[in-house]
Design a protein around this ligand. Structure first.
Ligand SMILES: Nc1ncnc2c1ncn2[C@@H]1O[C@H](COP(=O)(O)OP(=O)(O)OP(=O)(O)O)[C@@H](O)[C@H]1O
Ligand SMILES: [Mg+2]
Length: 264
């Protein structure tokens, strides 16, 4: 246990979140090891997005702590999250629809930019150099994610699967240590799904980024995850390797119990 904590990039410690009478997360604890893909699964309403919102500091937790890279993030303000190295995508796409693909990705890069608002506005030499670098970085990400041909198109005009990939690129543009993906497979077609599995692996293997993946698409989760944590009604009911999770009776019960196994 202590060994695992030492190498963990993220430690979730006894997190409890209540909304009125609903206990969305009930004393949940687990570690996410560095440079791994950790799947976070569970039936609808299990608390997965709530945990992401705690990690992004959008929700307050009533008790517990979140340690990122060994430091508590309980006091870290929302706007500082990408600077400390946590990037994310949203269950419902959140992008600037009238802006181009490249501009959306640059928003991600700006989120961790060192240049302040004033130096950006005054276009100092340092801020101009930074802007040039960011544009180059954005373009190489677009190439990497097979988005170069859409760089100058407005995001809102593009097919859903492409928009989801833009959101993924934007999260990567902030150069996160950890990437939180909330249902990246939802609504994707077969070939987009296999691209996504490859992107997730290259993010881990080539970019050295740790991934926390919320997903209902069980084939994808089992294929790309090194480790899986299972929530049900706000409680952690299991964690283990994909093999262990697929054989775990309590996990099987949770999925069969509520008709939520349509993608299993
Ligand atoms: N802002 C909120 N206000 C009130 N209740 C909330 C809020 N956010 C989440 N909940 C409740 O907390 C519980 C967990 O919801 P959450 O969205 O985290 O589930 P989930 O595991 O992401 O589900 P899904 O797979 O459907 O996305 C649910 O009962 C939900 O209704
Ligand atoms: Mg959710």
């Amino acid at each position: 246990m202590s060994n695992q904590s030492a190498s963990a990039l993220l430690s979730v410690k006894d997190i409890t979140v209540r909304f009125g009478g609903i206990v969305a997360l009930d004393s949940v604890s687990f570690d996410v090891p560095r440079n791994k893909v950790c799947g976070l699964i569970g039936p609808n309403g299990a608390g997965k997005t709530t945990l992401f919102n705690c990690l992004s500091r959008l929700y307050q937790y009533q008790s517990g702590d979140l340690l990122f890279d060994g430091e508590s993030i309980t006091q870290t303000p929302v706007h500082a999250m990408s600077k400390i190295g946590i990037g994310r995508t949203f269950q419902n796409l959140a992008m600037f629809r009238t802006m181009t693909v490249r501009q959306n990705v640059m928003v991600g890069a700006h989120a961790r930019s060192e240049g302040g608002f004033l130096s950006n506005m005054l276009k100092t030499p340092a801020s101009r150099a930074e802007e040039t670098q960011m544009t180059a970085d954005a373009d190489s990400l677009l190439t990497y994610l097979k988005l170069a041909e859409y760089a100058d198109r407005a995001v809102g005009d593009l097919p859903f699967g492409i928009q989801k990939r833009v959101e993924f690129a934007r999260a990567l543009a902030s150069k996160p240590k950890m990437l939180l993906l909330d249902e990246p497979a939802a609504g994707l077609n077969h070939s987009e799904l296999s691209d996504l599995a490859n992107f997730i692996r290259t993010v881990r293997d080539d970019m050295g980024i740790t991934v926390l993946l919320v997903e209902h698409h069980m084939n994808l989760v089992m294929e790309v995850s090194d480790w899986i944590v299972v929530l049900n009604f706000g409680k952690k009911i299991a964690e283990g390797t994909p093999d262990e999770i697929q054989r775990n009776p309590e996990v099987i019960r949770a999925y069969l119990g509520d008709g939520n196994n349509e993608t299993a």
